[in-house]
Design a protein around this ligand. Structure first.
Ligand code: GRF
Length: 195
C-alpha cells in the first residue's frame, strides 16, 4: 500500500488535494509525514490540521537535511515520496533511500519548459513566449537533475488569448490537483509502474 511522504515549500495545495482524496477514500493510501524546508510553508499548517506529522527541515536546521529527511520518512514508514512545490534539489542519497520512488509535479508539459530556473511564473512565461496553444502538468520520477526523470502522466489545458502567466498558472494548478491523485490511483492499481 502507498504510504506517502510529502516534501513541500509553499502553499501545499497539491498536497492538500491528495490528502483530501485519501481521507474521502478516492485514493487508497496512507499519509506518513509532511516535511518543508520553509518554516512558513502553509503545507505545515495543512498537515497539522489533518493530524499528519509535520516537520521543518532545512540547511538552517540541519547540516545534512536530506539525511534527516530520510530518517523521518523511514520512521513513519513512507514508501513513496511526493514532491509538491518543493524548491530544493534532492540528493541521490534521498532518491536511493526510497528506491527511486520519488515523484514530482511540474506545471508544464515536459520535456519542454523544464530544467534549472524553470519554476514558478518562469515556466508559464516561457510557455506564453513559445506561442504554444496547449500547456498542462506533468508527473515524473525524480532524478538528481531538475525535471529529468521518466514521465508518468500528463494532463493538458488550453492556452487562451489574453492569458498572463498568472491566469495560465491558475488554470494549470487546477488540473495539477486532479493529476497527482489520478497518477497515484493508477500507481496503486498498477496501471502505472514505478520502481
Ligand atoms: C505548483 O504549481 C507545482 O507544480 C509547482 O509549485 C506549485 C506548488 O503549489 N512545482 P502548491 O504548493 O501545491 O500549492
Amino acid at each position: 500500500m502507498l504510504n506517502l511522504g510529502f516534501l513541500c515549500s509553499h502553499g501545499g495545495s497539491n498536497m492538500q488535494a491528495i490528502v483530501d482524496n485519501v481521507l474521502n477514500k478516492n485514493l487508497n493510501a496512507k499519509l506518513a509525514a509532511v516535511i518543508s524546508n520553509n518554516s512558513n510553508s502553509f503545507a505545515l499548517e495543512r498537515a497539522k490540521k489533518a493530524n499528519i506529522p509535520a516537520f521543518h527541515i532545512s540547511n538552517k536546521t540541519h547540516n545534512s537535511p536530506d539525511s534527516k529527511i530520510i530518517e523521518i520518512f523511514k520512521k513513519y514508514e513512507a514508501n513513496t515520496l511526493i514532491l509538491a512545490g518543493y524548491m530544493k534539489r534532492v540528493s541521490p542519497e534521498l532518491i536511493n533511500a526510497f528506491s527511486g520512488r520519488v515523484l514530482n509535479i511540474h506545471p508544464a508539459l515536459l520535456p519542454k519548459f523544464g530544467g534549472e530556473g524553470m519554476f514558478g511564473q518562469n515556466v508559464h512565461k516561457a510557455v506564453l513566449a513559445s506561442g504554444d496553444k496547449i500547456s498542462g502538468a506533468t508527473i515524473h520520477l525524480v532524478t538528481p537533475n531538475y525535471d529529468d526523470g521518466r514521465i508518468l502522466n500528463q494532463m493538458t489545458v488550453p492556452v487562451l488569448d489574453g492569458d498572463t502567466s498568472e491566469t495560465l498558472a491558475e488554470r494549470v494548478l487546477q488540473i495539477e490537483h486532479i493529476l497527482y491523485t489520478d497518477t497515484l490511483i493508477k500507481i496503486s492499481e498498477e496501471k502505472i509502474n514505478i520502481p
